[in-house]
Design a protein around this ligand. Sequence first.
Ligand code: NAD
Ligand code: TYD
Length: 341
Amino acid sequence: MKQIFVTGGAGFIGSAFIRLVLDETSDTQIINYDALTYAGNLENLEGVDSKRHTFIKGDICDKDSVLNSIPDNCDAIFNFAAESHVDRSIESANEFVNTNVLGTQILLDAAREKNVRRFVQISTDEVMGSLPESDEAFFTEDSPLEPNSPYAASKAAAEHFVRAARETFGLETIITRCGNNYGSRQFPEKLIPLMVSNAMNDEPLPVYGDGKNVRDWVYVDDHCRGIWLSFEKGKSGEAYNIGARNELQNIEVVKSILDILGKPHSLIKYVKDRLGHDRRYAIDSTKVEKELDWKPKVSWEEGLQATINWYQENVDWVDHIRNGEYKEYYKKHYGMEVGAK
Ligand code: NAD
Ligand code: TYD
């Protein structure tokens, strides 16, 4: 049996990763270590095979707890745990520095102490900053790290600590940098689930600025498959950019959601732009395609339809979130009321 330690496995991508690994391998035992912040949700793990998956509630900044939780003979740490929302990092960056930077460093030290074979850091294309609008330029693994938001800065800092652990101590490391993910169980503060849940409730869809910012959308299961391949086939010390060559303007995404749901475009409400809003992300994924034999399996049309279906079939999941803290966050951030009545 392979033993892997997954942090942030109660979040959107971490929980999808756990499902994928349990479905596609028969010899993997998973410890899922998650602090259950506002974004962590045990409902995301419903139905997961409890014989091969153990949940531990814990903070990656708590060194003793981390050391006690990493199993002996651990094959890999997959670090998904993070504060992940750009808008919240603009409000306050402190938690981003704690979890994303200090937490990663604590995990790296623990990985050495426990002789973990490989450390896989789940990073993001946002560490490379923003691209010009022309479609000539793409992020590659050689692009400089030029983060623009406090979130991206914290993820870039984490990458530097991962690199330093390898160069200084010889820890085996892999970094993955994916574009924007979408799929089921994504917290409805992010563009797609926010627009889907607002549209389902006939509430305004707040589009920042002119709506023409571009993101490169990747279906979450495709991202997770790329992470697993990078662990199995990737070369230590390397970074791997994962993108589906699926660039879309935000306004195109929002209109597609409304069309699928049969809701009017008049629900769109242009609002004040995000501060420092990155204009375009786009990934050249030649390296993962060639070296890891990765390519996306799910088309945008299929993935978006499946995502919307999931939100329609899981209204309770959405309603549990669109309450309490979420309503307060929404009101403060957007100056509008939203959420479960
Ligand atoms: P998420 O916000 O849905 O989940 C984060 C999880 O981490 C939650 O379960 C939360 O409880 C947990 N967590 C937060 N702080 C913790 C701490 N101190 N200790 C232990 N657990 C903690 O985020 P996500 O969208 O699933 O993103 C997962 C990872 O993937 C992040 O590292 C993010 O930077 C990266 N990433 C995300 C995207 C995207 O589009 N969402 C794209 C590329 C990379
Ligand atoms: P988001 O899902 O927050 O991901 P990221 O900022 O990490 O790319 O946002 C995706 C895009 O959607 C980004 O350009 C900002 C925009 N956006 C809106 O227009 N309105 C919103 O309410 C949100 C949350 C995002």
